[in-house]
Design a protein around this ligand. Sequence first.
Ligand code: DX5
Ligand code: ZN
Length: 216
Amino acid sequence: MALINPSILSADFARLAEEATAVEGADWLHVDVMDNHFVPNLTLGVPVVESLSKATDTPLDLHLMIEDPDRWAPQYIEAGAGSVTFHVEAAAAPVRLAREIRAKGARASMALKPATPIEPYEDLLPELDMLLIMTVEPGFGGQAFLDIMLPKIRRTRELISRHGLEMWLQVDGGVSAATIERCAEAGADVFVAGSAVYSADDPAKAVRDLREKAET
Ligand code: DX5
Ligand code: ZN
């Protein structure tokens, strides 16, 4: 199984509803929330997520690149998010936060920046529905994939298997037709792709092509 989640960071923000439907067939729509504090970029907030969730049937995969996710995550679930990813580097109480996200009916997910190792968080894995390994420094679309993250993807997949967990392993950053096979081979099964989907002439076809490559 491979899930392809186009990132609307690379879409035209003035035409978000159309851009969301342009990738029909995608598994989830990846929504990057940035606050210009946790990362040096600013995108969108709760009201935009609320409108977007009404404009598409594709479930929303929220990636919170913000400070104080403990405070904000519940509001994004109320706005319609089906999955909420917080950064462990920003969370005050990751276990409590993951439990709260699940209790509110969304999938709980935790992200690791490139320099954050998985090992200290091994015991938290059962609290999560997904782990996100960043394959670029978070903040911008269109960056080059960091090959040096492949061993971390592999080690994380081994930990998930060792614990007998069903959770998903997502990669985000520089995922394209040129890099997705390496990510899949290392053990990722959920793939975020921004520029690779939205810079294509046919974004829906780009999604299908990526899924096919990931599943071979
Ligand atoms: C980067 C974001 C990504 C971004 C990926 O911080 O988290 O989701 O949209 O864009 P590409 O696929 O172009 O690297
Ligand atoms: Zn993202």
